[in-house]
Write a protein that binds this ligand. Sequence first.
Ligand code: UGA
Length: 431
Amino acid sequence: MHEREPIGVIGTGYVGLVTAAGFAELGNEVFCVDIDADKIRGLERGELPIYEPGLAELVERNRERMHFSTDLQPALDQARLLFVAVGTPPTYSGDADLSAVDAVVDAMPPSDRHALVMKSTVPSGTGASIKRIFAERGKGGFSYVSCPEFLKEGSAVADFLHPDRVVVGDDGDWAGDAVVALYAPLDAPLVRTDVKSAEMIKLAANAALMTRISFINEIANVCEATGADVVKVAEGIGHDRRIGKSFLRAGVGFGGSCFPKDSLALKQLAANSGYHFQVLNAVIEVNELQKRRVIGKLADRLGSLRGKRIALLGLAFKPHTDDTREAPAFVLAGRLLSEGAGVVAWDPVARIDGLAGVEQVATVEAATRGADAVVLVTEWPELADVDWPAIAAAMRRPVIVDGRNMLDPDSMRAAGFQYDAIGRAASNGPR
Ligand code: UGA
């Protein structure tokens, strides 16, 4: 086998760790760097800072090829390609906060044998300004490649190993060729382009996915007004190959560490150059309203929510992750508390630390016992196996809002529930 090139990975969050473990699996020696000493010590002991299915096994299997340090030097000594996977959270203005990326750029020594390979999601134009900074500081020999990441939390390992495509944006020098060679064993379609276009591909891909979600959520809201069933509507339009089936699940809106921040970052990227991105503004606004519509559904059933006990099932922004960043459950909890309701929450892995006034319990039964209503917020597979008739019997009022259209309306009604979902008015009455 052709010898695999050692790489450095700076940042050991979701993207960094999955990238590191994925390349180790392909046979590369990987030198991981993070400024967080506790995290690095934990990783050296084989402890992962995040929950991601399959990742612990991948790291364990490739331990010999994965090296962890708070020091950049081993990575610089051993690798030419330094993948950057640090956080780019939103600032108060909604622009991406690039301070962690800037710190990496500052830490690079002058070199004509290294390249930064940007995995972090950054505004289009970031690569150009980094190259300018390198040139101004006598580090013009440093190469730069944009290699955006498209993995999803919860299926990140599979997404890395079986990507829909690999995007490499570069200046046509050795570094772009080296990144292409790294990904070659995955046999994925390759899009090779300039740096700015690669950066824009990442932002546009996420914007397209969010647009689909807000679109189907608006269709769901119209379905509620007209008596149609959005689940059937999504199925019906999804068969059209030009439309496709994925990302048409109506629900309580999107959350997570990416969509909310990336929508703001793209909106501000456009606005900073004087362009008003109308579709994206609507996508963001629909998503904000969508989370709040659940409160109206509960009030329709219960009247005033003051003093009512509401159970939230699911805290993570989606199943198979412990990530609660921008999770709809937190907005719902906040709204319920401000309406004067009592909130009790269950999630198999995520914690609600940091939200005062919400009680978290270990089982669905404990969360729902004596509750006036339950809201299914995250479609954890565990919820398919719950004894719903027993849950309904133990509630003060058997009201459920299925915020992910996960459960079967007829079975839930047969179980004794007053069942509401998102965009499924048709199932309330005769077909
Ligand atoms: C998203 C993208 O899907 C990835 O391709 C991208 O790499 C990543 O952001 C990123 O930029 O790092 P992720 O945030 O992990 O991945 O999760 P998704 O599976 O995309 O879900 C995002 C949110 O949309 C969740 O709250 C989910 O519940 C919601 N969603 C998704 C819907 O409400 N309906 C759908 O049909 C699909």
